[in-house]
Design a protein around this ligand. Sequence first.
Ligand code: CP
Length: 322
Amino acid sequence: MSTPTTLTHLIDIASLHAGLIERLFACADYLRQQPGLPAGVAEQLRHVHAVNMFYENSTRTQLGFEVAARQLGLHISNLQSEQSSSVKGESLTDTFHTLVAMGYRLFNIRHPQVGSAQQLAALAPEGVHIINAGDGVHAHPTQALADAYTMRDHFGQVAGLKVVIAGDLRHSRVARSNIALLNLLDAAEIRLVAPPEMDLQPAPGHAAVRSYQHLEDALPGADVVMLLRIQMERMDELEIPDRETYLRQWGLTPERMRLAGADARIMHPGPLNRGLEIDGALADGAQSLILRQVQLGVFVRMAVMLTMLAPQQSWPQNHESC
Ligand code: CP
């Protein structure tokens, strides 16, 4: 039985399957190689209006979607939430219905409330698509797809990789989406490391997940070391007096990175705190894939939007499709 390769909304990793993810990655490969889309596909996209609705700060996700949308030939708008009528009390759903009435068909939404993207997806009329760009601590699926695609680009495949994820797991939607995706793509080990106050409780029940008390124990044999941002406002929750002490006890230092070995690669979804969760020289060094994640994230976001707006069956026959 063939698996469906259509994508109406992207809310979290649980709503995806391995076949669809591989198709998205193949589409990103295609977009990196092709100078442009076939005329018939470009024509389908030419009149589509997309909007970034960001109710939390963002640099790479919001602007990554903007660049990706422009590359596809979409019209893209940015709702400035602080200048929008949400400040006057308009609800998220009323804003959504208003924008749908204007003709917007694709919504990239970031919102502090868990479930906000799902809420809009449930209300979306046919032909309107919702992409979750981060909802509270729940999910950030395009970041996880960008991260897995970067691993695939560097190592050839995600299956079999040993990936350390270290930092503030408890408050991280990126960690939750990455753990789910790495599990789906058959990573050999997902090694979780966090101070006790920032640990995931309960730890995800996937067979590949292992929890470690100390970064030193998780690093040997790792292929990827992914650091998460420590939210500065949460430092007070830790029994750690300052950032130097955090770096010394929990952060990625050159000495610790040597335990992983020269072939291991460093990742971070950003924004990063230099000298807190990661030594700045490592972030800029030869083992870092941090800017590659950003660069490839644009193609992954293009692939997601293109798959939603121009499904495979609408591509010209006898043309390599995305
Ligand atoms: N990784 C990530 O979501 O970064 P931004 O908050 O800058 O979008």
